[in-house]
Design a protein around this ligand. Structure first.
Ligand SMILES: [Cu+2]
Length: 189
């Protein structure tokens, strides 16, 4: 069979393109650390999150220190992040490893910290877990990037990264498990 020279060139170009597209997709899905929301963060009842009786730090979301690591519990609901929105920004110290654990009390939301690669979907019933370290103190925008209802466009907040020496644990209301146990004991007496 006689194939024209031009035909061969175009066949080659088309195959190159296809290989190129597949390589880009493969790189995008494994090479740059992009991952789907999976169940590694655990599951939780969205109804319990809504009622505040999960028996987890999501009942009183905020920054918690677990095993020397900062863990930020955030509840996303129509149309705010708690904490994060309004006058309760998420406050974390610079230079520390911070893990965000985010869940939704109602519908699917997004959780994206502007200028960083913190970006995840927030699915009711599921806990999304993202770890990060902020090296530069400053205020970072926080946005919901999944359409979640009529006021979706107003759903945002901020993450305040403060120098570690200014980060006052007491002011942050960081729950210390020992203190909690003590307070509970006192309340019981
Ligand atoms: Cu939202």
């Amino acid at each position: 069979m006689q194939v024209h020279r031009f035909e061969k060139v175009w066949l080659g170009a088309a195959i190159l393109l296809i290989v190129g597209f597949i390589a880009t997709i493969a790189y995008g899905s494994v090479g740059v650390g992009v991952g789907m929301v999976d169940d590694s963060g655990g599951q939780i009842s969205a109804q319990a999150v809504q009622n505040g009786n999960t028996g987890t730090p999501f009942d009183d979301p905020g920054v918690v220190k677990e095993d020397g690591q900062y863990v930020v519990y955030v509840v996303a609901r129509q149309f705010q992040f708690v904490p994060g929105s309004g006058d309760t920004p998420v406050r974390v110290p610079a230079g520390a490893n911070v893990t965000f654990r985010v869940t939704s009390a109602d519908v699917v939301h997004g959780f994206s910290v502007v200028e960083t690669n913190i970006n995840t979907m927030v699915i009711p019933g599921q806990v999304s877990e993202v770890s990060a370290r902020f090296n530069e103190p400053g205020t970072y925008g926080l946005i919901c990037h999944e359409y979640c209802g009529a006021a979706h466009h107003t759903m945002g907040g901020s993450v305040e990264v403060v120098p570690p020496e200014e980060y006052d644990m007491q002011q942050e209301n960081i729950e210390q498990p020992e203190d909690d146990a003590q307070a509970q004991q006192e309340a019981d007496q």
